[in-house]
Design a protein around this ligand. Structure first.
Ligand code: ATP
Length: 370
């Protein structure tokens, strides 16, 4: 495997999660330094080991088997889905299943067409090129990629201005695996050049339980089924978060218990880290509590809500809200943010009369801020 060392740590750009999602959040979905160090050991190595995503697995299995039977390089693959759902892992599995080497890089690392030409021209026949955050590649690089994907050829421009010449360069057949959190951000000409496109969904708690039990086994941690279920329920549908919570619970079990992760140990450990039964952390709960306790469940404007929580508007909007919306706890409406009945129930509070009717609900006449 060949890691392109410019891959990580590139500046963020529009379309990427807010910086605070990467910083000291146990339930953040982006990889932190510790995740990167242990993830390699926890990655499933083949499709059989890969848990969940049944449809994607079945379809990919067919694509790869057929290519192997033809003795051909596999079609280009586009994987879309939230961070931490297994896109990098699947790209490595594709390479392993095709017995091919893999090169890993990312869109932000390729700012010039020349960067891409250098990578493409050094690929071996059949190699898998994993391009993470493909939607963040520069325009000239993207255009070079069109021809490379379709004709296995690039035009290298030598010189500048009227004297510039395009020198065609043949490439060995390769498989591009592109990953993106937002397939909708890809220009159609790029999207259309992928032979197989898969969207990865958030995982069911039962699938995350299997991820956690498998990881516990690899980390040599003793975990009971109920302990795994407790962690799975708080993992926000994301294997990366499940594995991270498992490591924190393991620490707690080692220091405060006899090393075994039971339901009680998992619940107590995650209580210490302020990750609640649905996977909400301190920030998520602060937003919900302000919405319910200060504004009667809304509607309330984002700016007002952010001031009440003491956070930047962007942090509330980009870090806390997406998960609250996904969980059906908060709704964004043209009149402002509204808590749903599930939010009142989750915080154990009683909605005021005529409140808590959810999006489009009646009786909520007050509008705080904008
Ligand atoms: N289906 C799965 N079964 C078991 N473990 C998984 C699965 N999917 C992901 N994981 C684990 O979750 C962690 C994160 O996965 P991975 O790095 O592949 O996510 P990603 O989607 O590429 O994230 P990013 O977009 O941030 O790069 C890895 O440690 C991997 O082992």
């Amino acid at each position: 495997m060949n890691w392109d060392d410019t891959t990580r740590g590139a500046p963020s750009a529009p379309g990427t999660p807010a910086a605070s999602d990467t910083e000291d959040r146990l339930v953040g979905s982006l990889a932190d330094g510790e995740d990167q160090a242990v993830e390699a050991a926890l990655r499933p190595k083949d499709l059989d080991e890969f848990i969940g995503q049944e449809k994607v697995r079945e379809q990919l299995d067919l694509v790869l088997r057929a290519a192997r039977a033809r003795g051909a390089t596999a079609d280009h693959v586009l994987l879309s889905g939230a961070p931490g759902l297994g896109k990098t892992t699947l790209s490595m599995i594709i390479a392993a299943e095709m017995a091919a080497p893999i090169r890993i890089t990312s869109g932000p690392a390729i700012q010039h067409a020349g960067d891409l030409a250098a990578i493409l021209s050094s690929l071996q026949e059949g190699e898998v090129l994993f391009l993470d955050e493909i939607h963040r590649m520069s325009r000239p690089a993207e255009e070079m990629l069109y021809m490379a994907m379709e004709d296995f050829r690039v035009d290298v421009i030598v010189g500048k201005g009227p004297g510039a010449t395009a020198i065609p360069l043949d490439l060995p057949p390769f498989t591009l695996v592109g990953a993106t959190t937002r397939a909708g951000l890809l220009p159609p000409p790029l999207r259309d050049r992928f032979g197989f496109t898969a969207h990865m969904e958030f995982y069911e708690p039962t699938e995350l339980e299997r991820v956690i039990r498998r990881s516990a086994h690899l980390l040599d941690v003793h975990i009971e089924a109920e302990g795994a279920a407790e962690i799975a329920g708080r993992s926000r549908g994301t294997p990366r978060i499940a594995n991270r919570l498992l490591r924190r619970v393991r620490d707690y079990a080692q220091v405060k218990a006899d090393g075994v992760i039971t339901r009680e140990v998992a619940a107590a450990a995650l209580g210490v880290y302020e990750v609640d039964t649905r996977g909400l952390d301190r920030l998520d709960r602060a937003v919900l509590e302000a919405l319910l306790k200060l504004f009667g469940g809304g509607p309330v404007g984002l700016s007002t809500l952010s001031v009440a929580v003491g956070e930047e508007r962007e942090t509330v909007e980009e870090v806390a809200e997406p998960f609250l919306v996904r969980e059906g706890l908060l709704a964004r409406t043209p009149r402002g943010r509204i808590a749903t009945p599930a939010a009142w129930a989750h915080l154990g509070l009683t909605p005021p009369p005529a409140a808590g009717a959810g999006p489009g609900g009646s009786g909520q006449q007050h509008l705080f801020g904008t």
